[in-house]
Design a protein around this ligand. Sequence first.
Ligand SMILES: Nc1ncnc2c1ncn2[C@@H]1O[C@H](COP(=O)(O)OP(=O)(O)OP(=O)(O)O)[C@@H](O)[C@H]1O
Length: 302
Amino acid sequence: MTSIEVAELRKLYGGTTALDGMTFTARPGRVTGFVGPNGAGKSTTMRIILGLQTADAGHALVCGRPYRSLRHPLRSLGSLLDASALHPARSGRNHLLWLAQTQGLGTRRVDEVIEQVGLASASRRTAGGYSLGMRQRLGIAAALLGDPPTIMLDEPFNGMDPEGIVWLRRFLRSLAEQGRAVLVSSHLMSELQDMAQHVVVVGRGRVIADSSVAELIAAVSGDRVRLRTSTPEPVAAALTAAGGQVVEADGLVVRRLAAEQIVAVLTANGLPFSELTPHRATLEEAYLDLTGEAVEYRGAPA
Ligand SMILES: Nc1ncnc2c1ncn2[C@@H]1O[C@H](COP(=O)(O)OP(=O)(O)OP(=O)(O)O)[C@@H](O)[C@H]1O
């Protein structure tokens, strides 16, 4: 059983509920995006999976067992929680050699993973001088050392330049294609585009959606219709009066009314319109729609 399984996790910090029944599985052969606004509980979940923190209730299993009971943890789960957690005076290669030694892994494996993450030319430089993007690569190399069937990365795109982002997307997809379970957290849905086959959207310590990317977009696109009109204000007023919910976004986007109902209302009111089309949400829109209620820290509206 090569997966990560989290069931009914609960965690309180004083009066703050960090986890409120968090439940999901990251399965083999796919990248699972673990996405939600700041404070949603992603890092807490990952720390509990790694046994760095205990849950008040629920359980987390890696390859069917609690992480702390694994005989060779690095060979079961490779993880990266905090890319800055390294000895600044050590070279990247020495950092990996030290980690490899603790797990009975050889020098050859260290050089292999350095090559895989594209750090070969910098591996003998001290890690203290690495950019955040290079530290992320070093952390990913460390996660791969034991050639584990499951991989878990917390915000690995942070600090990566556009070229690094493209590389990491491809790289994580290829790890999943090799049959591994890959769990990747992010607070930006756009980072997961073209990479994750599956997304677990979380907010306020619990799962809001757990589905394939295609299903998620379809569910949110569901009842929206976009239309254009030369008189947006009376059109919006008429549709609102008829029970619709109208927002202005590149024309008007209407919810809660089917296209036929919209046509009937506008025709009855003698209001002009054009381009009436069912709206297909982007992944980002789907995410914002789902997490709107669950955002803990929200800036003042512009
Ligand atoms: N050590 C701690 N002490 C007190 N509260 C904490 C602690 N760690 C996390 N929290 C709180 O628990 C909640 C979940 O935090 P967590 O860091 O798991 O969220 P996150 O989804 O990883 O957010 P981010 O994207 O900002 O990293 C937040 O309200 C946070 O303030």
